[in-house]
Design a protein around this ligand. Sequence first.
Ligand code: CAA
Length: 392
Amino acid sequence: MSNNSAVGIHDLSFATTRYVLPHAALAEYNGTEIGKYHIGIGQRSMSVPAADEDIVTLGAAAAAPIIARHGNDRIRTVVFATESSIDQAKAAGIYVHSLLGLQSACRVVELKQACYGATAALQFAIGLVRRDPDQQVLVIASDVSKYELDSPGEATQGAAAVALLVSADPALVRIENASGLFTADVMDFWRPNYRDAALVDGQESVQAYLQAVEGAWKDYGQQGGRSFEDFAAFCYHQPFTKMAYKAHRHLLNHVGLVDTDKDDVERAIGQTVAYNAVIGNSYTASVYLGLAALLDQAEDLTDRAIGFLSYGSGSVAEFFAGTVVPGYQAHLRSEANLDAIARRKQVTYAEYRELHERSFPTDGGDYSTPTETTGPFRLAGLSGHKRIYQTR
Ligand code: CAA
């Protein structure tokens, strides 16, 4: 296999939570004018995990359809990317490996860099597949985004997991070699080990994101990347969907396309925001939910280039490109994706608040969780400081 052979995303599947809170309910509770949520940040609702859901159950639910379709014989690596890790030592991917019955001849590892981790996982996976094109890598991006109640960040919560099967001769998207990188030490969003909810300087985080977009794009050019006009669409990390528009406008200004009209911006971004607008921020999964929404809705993207901008606060950003593979439509999961969103059960603001305030006891005792999820896996409880998972 030469260095130029195609490696990329062979399959993509996602899962989200049992519950959903519409922004209208949040607005009614806190007296915010609903336009701020629907238009100002571009969010309609947010996925809310049930008491028996976490990043493991979501990640396993996202990956299960991939294993059902492709088997697991060639998967020798699982990379689990998350900001909302459940253990300081053990990789969440090991629970997923067990729930999915993956082979023991497999390396499993967890990666962290805020919302950027899944893109690092994808790039590392590509390196492994280039070394041995017979192998496949399962990348799982799974997160529960949690901010303090009654804080400005509250409206930008969400939860979901995306699973990507990375392989040679991919059926969906080939990932190109050129990649633009940017790292800066900035305290825009972080979460010390003793905290459940993230700390954030909201306005600074927006500026840090825009600066990172520009930095990653500049480096992408220096690495021999495509020109801006080559791209049919752009998948940005979407902490809230309006951020993709802000980022795109920023790049347009940077490349001198200041006069680009609204319709052109909508063509570049519009189809990438559909899932994130109703799921909310899923941190590491967000940029790939953007890809799922784009592939599911676009008329035909065969051989077209897509730009990806992954941003993780703190901060690291990467701009890279993918080309859509002929015949990709036959491999999409559009119906299942819509169903994952539609079957969520609406909770009231009070119910959401109770779930938000729930925390696991830390005394090592035995605790069971109520059966709430309708997903294939559940967190049944805790015993002796261990999380107990079940296949439903
Ligand atoms: N109708 C229409 N629009 C309205 C409106 C109304 N009635 N009222 C307000 N708006 C608009 C405002 O004009 C503003 O628009 P612009 O940004 O275009 O100016 C928008 O709604 C938001 O209003 P504010 O800036 O006043 O909102 P805020 O300060 O209360 O909160 C936020 C916004 C800072 C993003 C907050 O939601 C937050 O802290 N979120 C968490 C952090 C975050 O998501 N940061 C993003 C970058 S970091 C990142 O991407 C990593 C990550 O995932 C965390």
